[in-house]
Design a protein around this ligand. Sequence first.
Ligand SMILES: Nc1ncnc2c1ncn2[C@@H]1O[C@H](COP(=O)(O)OP(=O)(O)OP(=O)(O)O)[C@@H](O)[C@H]1O
Ligand SMILES: [Mg+2]
Length: 601
Amino acid sequence: MSNWTLIKRIWEFAKPFRKTIGIIFICILLTSVIEAVNTYFLSNIFDVIQKHSNDPQYMTTALMFAALAGIGVVIRILVYRFQGNLEIRKLDIVASNHLNHYSIAKYFNFSNGQHINEHSGVKQNIITSGFQSVQGQIQMFVYHLFPAVANFIVSIFMLFTISSYIGFSYLFISFLFFWGVYKFNTYLQPKLREVRDARNHTARTISELYRFVFLIKNEVAEKKSLKDLDDVQDGHQSAYQRTWIPGNNWLTVIRISTAGFRYLTILFAVYLLFQGHITAGSIFLIFTWSQNFIMSLWMITDMQKQFITDKINIEKYFELLEIKPDVEEIENPISENITGDIEFDNVEFSYPQRKKNHSDKNEDELQPEMVLKGVSFKIKRGEKVAFVGESGSGKSTIANLIRRAFDPQSGKITINNNNLKDLELKSFLKKIGSVDQEVNLFDKSIRENISYGTEKLLTDEELNKISKMARIDAFYKKLEHGWDTIVGERGAKVSGGEKQRIGIARALAKNPEILIFDEATSALDTVSERVVQKSIDAVSKGKTSVIIAHRLSTVKNCDKIFVLKQGELLAEGTHDYLLENCEYYKELVKHQLTNKVTENE
Ligand SMILES: Nc1ncnc2c1ncn2[C@@H]1O[C@H](COP(=O)(O)OP(=O)(O)OP(=O)(O)O)[C@@H](O)[C@H]1O
Ligand SMILES: [Mg+2]
């Protein structure tokens, strides 16, 4: 992305704030002009003193210039106050809120499949650092670049009024300066990308350390984890150092040249003074404005440094936000008559190839392995079916395809004879209640958690009804504040079985057509499992229910069981039918029975 495109993109982002930014710019320009006029008044005092210091008559003139300069300062402060208040009201937090909202809304647009395939810590880091950079750039433009540019223009103008020689030489040196900075950028750009990748790597590591604190402590892996952290952080630091030490040296060369140049022009001005070409007041002006000129140039260099650092963050941020959701809706999607009839017709599916390591970029070139190989089945509305098969056979993949987290590479999935791709995804997902192995709960009340997929918070009456089916009523008595009891971070204050039942109640609260249970009971002990199983049996009556379970005892009474093996559908039928006719199913059952015997022993 070229610098220019990037600035244009940021400007698009700043759309709601353009008017405010415009007004601020005018204020800044005004401040610079007042500053220029003020130094002009002050330089006049010098000239009056130099020429007429023996004549008391001129004292009033000198005092008048001093008074004018004083008024200028007051006006400047008032403009500054107006600008400050405007920034507080219209820009500071407002801009960051706007960007945050925008980023998260975009993030929601990705399909669940895309979320599964990219590391959430990295995404979060790209988004937060990207959006902080966009915000930083907007603020930098407003608070630093505008003043620096205004100051730069006024300085050059003032230097020209003193002497055109001096004016031209400063103009010339600024061209040299900008050329130097441009070269510096070109040199730094690729190295900065390395720094960014190292930083993302660190962010990924850190987010996992926070998330998996239990695991780390249980495995007594604190030392090892901290060592991992140190390694990636050292990598980040050394990439940073490799980039910025030469960068800083180059900046020093530029600074020494400009500062040296300034002293040369001062020497030249002193020469002009003694030759009688300019006055002492002009010398004062040269001191002030050459200093202002240098300061604004250096400030621009510092901003350049910030700009290129931000640029790579912003590039990645735009790149991420511009990724098209891979599950797209057609133009006029169907939102009516979505029922629970599901059909897979010769569905083939493979995941995007997993990377060998995090820096692997050519993952698309690798040949992906088929996870589902021509799978066809029909589930009628209201039927309760199960998918069984060994780990990795593709059961969860089927559940994700039904929820359209991904689209299959070939074949067709239909819901009530409509192609799934033609349905309005949101209306369809509203008809699906899902309970997975890990039920995610917000640190909110049980009422809010159960009502998460519904338009309004459920009333006590509605909750009581649902809770009977989901068997929450059994532990309801224990809840300190009834439905308004807070469940704690990730539901830490309720047991595993209770969590699953809250999950089931949440699925049910949507009054769905289709229920999907993916290993909803597999993390539970046998007693809790039985309770949750009963709740699943109760809620699935009359709804299309898709149950995925390892323990075959839990799916025995399903209307139909589909047996999967390495992505292929081997057989379908009732438990009894499969026991008779499917050798593989018989094996699975036998295997589990033997396991049970060993468990019991
Ligand atoms: N996001 C992913 N990216 C790449 N491959 C994946 C991804 N998710 C699953 N797979 C692979 O796809 C295959 C099927 O996985 P799936 O999760 O559907 O299995 P499963 O039958 O649900 O297994 P389990 O009983 O262990 O949950 C496995 O080989 C798995 O490694
Ligand atoms: Mg699974």
